[in-house]
Design a protein around this ligand. Sequence first.
Ligand code: WT7
Length: 673
Amino acid sequence: MSIEEAVTESAPIFPPPERFQQGEVPVPHINSLEQYKELHEESVKNPTAFWGRVAKELLHWYRPFTQVNYGGFVDGDVQWFSDGQLNVAYNCVDRHAFANPDKVAIIWESDEPGQGEKITYRQLYQEVGKFANVLKKYKVRKGDTVCIYMPMVPEAAYAMLACARIGAVHSVVFAGFSADALRDRIQDAGCKILVTADQGKRGGKSIGLKVIADQALADCPSIEKVIVYQRTGDISVPFSSPRDVWWHEEVDNQSPVCPAETMNAEDPLFMLYTSGSTGKPKGVVHTTAGYLLGATATVKYIFDLHENDRFGCMADVGWITGHSYIVYGPLSNGITTVIFESIPTYPTPSRYWQLIDDHQLTQFYTAPTAIRALRRLGDEHVEPYKLDSLRVLGSVGEPINPEAWLWYHKVIGRERCAIVDTYWQTETGSIIVTPLPGAIATKPGSATLPFFGIDLAVLDPTTGQELLGNDVTGVLAIRQPFPSIARTVYDNHIRYLDTYMKPYHKYYFTGDGVTRDADGYYWIRGRVDDVINVSGHRLSTAEIESALILHPACAEAAVVGINDDVTGQAIVCFASLKSHHADETAITKAFVAQIRTHIGPFATPKRIVITPELPKTRSGKIMRRILRKVAGQEVTLADLEDEDGLRNKLGDLSTLADPSIVPTLIKKVAGRQ
Ligand code: WT7
């Protein structure tokens, strides 16, 4: 069933699990719909009172704020708690290490099962302190940028927290990005230090991170030091002395005590690159207090965290989900978090379920694409596991189709867990639309209702008029700032304003289509801009096109997303060649390689279609609408027989410079030419 069908049919409704009220498990923090509604109403009508209270309750301040919020979307001058002072590492590490030194902070689940380790808050405090001292030794100061290109090891979190401790701004680059992508990000941010590893491990394979990093660094003069964590020691990595140093040698020499810097609430905490509608990724900037408050409050209320919980988020620290729900949110709450190095199918498709039972996880958070892939592999991989420690199951990254939702609920949750389909973005820093386990009844496929402080609006995409009432479909926008919203795009505030604030005056524009159903529930329908979402990874069509046209054989390229049963969307590239006599098979391979080296293996296209021309209007604009339909095989060879039918499916073709390109494209996609 598609979301389209689910939203229009009367969707089944699942109330919060009954056992949440029966004393068998902790009573949810937000325990009724009325309580949610009351708090939500207060949070949007009086954000100053609401967030002022929550910020005092959940965070430790060196200097309390007197000013809660200032600024807005119109001028792009959002600030929260601006005269308050605090330190994120103090909040995530020190306060818990002092109160509870032996509590496990991080469960590291290594790629090979059984080789992981548990890190207590005391150890975390020491490791973060030592690495912070290493950074200081290499003259990293408040405001300097540090690039982190690391596999999923605890040291990635130590490095992030060490930056936070001394006020350096981290830019984590997902370890699946290629050398070119890493180089572009280091250059844009002007990073001074790169933290990386000899190799990464994933699903039994090794990834040569240091070798990739060296390629990137050939063109990154801003980097003064490369700190290399030895993950495998399997290969002798090339060392360029004195630039390169080993993590273990450096930290061995340092004191574990490093005073936490006093940071202003609006000092930047990190930047994270994300794809937009142009070829150049943007460095989304999050600041100290607002971001930390968003991460802390959302994970507490949405996953209903209690003191002894063990929270497992399966994302990578290279994405925002890893920042907010592996590192900052769970640690700020002082609970136990999981760093998972492997993949869901290694060594068997039972890996996740084994992990849950082994560590008695109470919450589990993953992406629909993983849920769909594991569902396909069969229930026999799940059945032997008890999974009875679980209370809340989360989904994130793309719309979850009702079938996958129901499987998650029945086969993994055993119908006794709350399912939270959490909608948010790199830019929002934390979850913005979601159920709450003890309060909001769920409908499979709907992210349900806004979190506290989130004031949503559905707009008519063309007129920008707000669509009031229920049963409306349009684009999703936000009316007023909330603490964890991104403050700027690094070194490009104009782009920040143009992308998010200009499309609809006075609103923040999410870029997603949405339906608010008859009950006021939100159903996210996917991007309305040129962003595609493959397995929860966000990619811009323009970025892939820029990679393709750098290839000497490529004349022009247009990239579209099509629906895919497992990955949500998949990439299809249409390209015309400079020479029409080229060997198409070889060229296709070369184009795939081109994308992998410019972006990374996760951007591998599903299909490359070589075409003599792209469909263009007479003024030269590429008609992507046509490409999307042809690529998704919404029009097929059979439609070529029926001109009216073709027009019905593709819309007006009269503006095309050369309408004969349409049958050519259809035949190409069908493999007939
Ligand atoms: C885009 C943001 C922040 C999570 C990781 C992705 C899509 C995210 C959902 C959901 C429907 C979702 C949206 C959004 N998305 N979560 N629960 N239901 N769509 O972060 O890379 O910044 O991508 O992911 O299209 O705009 P991101």
